[in-house]
Design a protein around this ligand. Structure first.
Ligand code: SF4
Length: 466
């Protein structure tokens, strides 16, 4: 997925930029980057953060960076921010989102003969470079950003750092958030509002869908008003987002507590304990436990001294191994117990299967699983959060393949928790993964737990509706 952060200050901004960008580390695992405008030129640093924390990589760069304005990113894919010199002047740019028609846009730009793109490894073109090329086709940065929002299929929120200030633009339908924080003498702009408190910022303004602003040390100028239609990502609350963040006025932790409580109200199960799969299952489980009045315990503790960040390796085999190694069991809380676990979601099911096998190998009597969101039936088209190449990696599609002989059959019924087909799919998955019982949160209840008008929320990965 990835995250972006920027600062405009009357004082040096580098430390705020460093920590503010670092507070997006849970959103990406590939590259980190920072660019600062010194008043005369840019300094920029990009590092591979696949196996290392952002802070330890960038600490060495801090002494060589100074300036009042800067942007940073955690990227799940391409190196960023990019430095650009064009007819629009010098600028640095960072983006977050996903461009589905990248090849088409590249071909379109190359037809002008005066363009070229640098290839990354494996011949891929850097999507942020394509965004900058689209911006450069217009006579102002604002018009360039509007062109980006009109022409890309997917979503793209971005920051452009110039000598005049930072242009901040939220994607056309607001799938990703972008919020402005304020403190004496400075503004920051951030994907995650959890970056504000420890840096002394308070929430100032949340950009609407497609809105563009220019942030300078003296204030914020609106360049393009927000659109009427919004489709903010619901998965931000269920899984991606940091618990201390708030999007559209709804805090992540509080939504998860509320979601768990709704699941408990619609459930009836006799267990000794409720537990959460760390990290994002925990707040759903606390909500469940409080509502059901069943004690909350931690049969697994994450080994944080060395597994402190959400590292996502490239291969499934390695992902499974790491998922296992970073969770340490407390066997006394497992032996002979009936436990209900809440997890944020079930994607492929492989990690969950291993976890449950492990629980039985330590004499768990019953293992009941509750997924905080409905069955995932479609890969996300708007964020790069999933590396799955095919929907057949989703356990739901494999179940449908088994039940129907065609993984695409009757998807409208499999999306609907009131149908027989849905119930058969859930039963099949529960048996495959060896759960005592399995229940998924329903889509209407999950959306109610968020509390925004349902039509303002993206639900594509659960029901395929755009
Ligand atoms: S498809 Fe799912 S993960 Fe992607 S933006 Fe929509 S709700 Fe979020």
């Amino acid at each position: 997925m990835g995250g972006i952060f920027g600062v405009v200050s009357k004082n040096d901004c580098v430390m705020d930029l460093y920590f503010g960008t670092d507070y997006h580390s849970h959103l990406g695992t590939s590259r980190g980057g920072m660019a600062v405008w010194s008043g005369r030129s840019f300094s920029r640093s990009i590092h591979n953060i696949e196996n290392v924390q952002f802070r330890s990589k960038f600490e060495v760069d801090l002494s060589s960076m100074s300036g009042n304005m800067g942007i940073g990113c955690i990227s799940d894919n391409e190196p960023q921010p990019l430095l650009v010199r064009s007819h629009l002047g010098h600028y640095a740019i960072t983006t977050v989102g996903r461009i589905n028609n990248l090849d088409e846009l590249v071909d379109h730009c190359l037809k002008s003969n005066l363009m070229h793109f640098l290839e990354m490894t494996r011949g891929e073109i850097n999507p942020t470079e394509v965004v900058s090329a689209l911006i450069d086709r217009e006579s102002t940065i604002k018009d360039g950003i509007l062109r980006v929002q009109e022409t890309i299929d997917g979503s793209c929120s971005l920051l452009v750092l110039t000598n005049n200030g930072i242009y901040a633009a939220r994607d056309r339908l607001g799938r990703t958030p972008l919020v402005i924080g304020k403190k004496e003498g400075a503004y920051c702009v951030s994907f995650e509002s959890c970056a504000f408190a420890n840096l002394g910022y308070s929430m100032h303004y949340e950009l609407g869908p497609g809105e563009i602003v220019l942030i300078t040390p003296d204030g914020i100028e609106q360049l393009n008003p927000p659109g009427n239609k919004m489709k903010i990502c619901s998965f931000l609350w269920v899984y991606f987002g940091y618990p201390s963040s708030t999007y559209e006025g709804v805090n992540v932790e509080i939504m998860r507590n509320r979601n768990g409580a709704i699941m408990a109200r619609n459930d009836k199960v006799d267990v000794d304990y409720v537990a959460g799969i760390p990290d994002s299952g925990v707040a759903h489980a606390i909500g469940y436990s409080n509502e059901a009045k069943i004690p909350y315990v931690r049969p697994f503790i994450k080994y944080t001294p060395t597994w402190s960040r959400s590292f996502i390796p490239q291969t499934q085999e390695m992902r499974n191994l790491i998922a296992k190694m970073k969770l340490m069991p407390i066997v006394d809380l497992i032996n002979g117990k009936k436990i209900l676990f809440c997890d944020d979601s079930i994607v492929r099911g492989t990690q969950m299967k291993e976890t449950v096998q492990f629980l039985y190998s330590h004499n768990a009597k019953e293992v009941h699983i509750r997924s905080a969101c409905p069955p995932l039936l479609f890969n996300c088209k708007y964020h790069n959060f999933s590396r799955s190449k095919s929907e057949m990696e989703l356990i739901t599609r494999r179940a449908i393949q088994f039940l129907e002989g065609d993984s695409n059959a009757h998807l409208d019924e499999y999306c609907d928790h009131r149908t027989e087909r849905y119930c058969r799919m859930v039963e099949y998955i529960g048996k495959q993964l060896n759960f005592t019982t399995l229940k998924y949160q329903t889509l209407p209840d999950m959306l109610d737990a968020i509390g925004l008008p349902h039509e303002n929320l993206c639900t594509y990965c659960w029901n395929g509706l755009e």
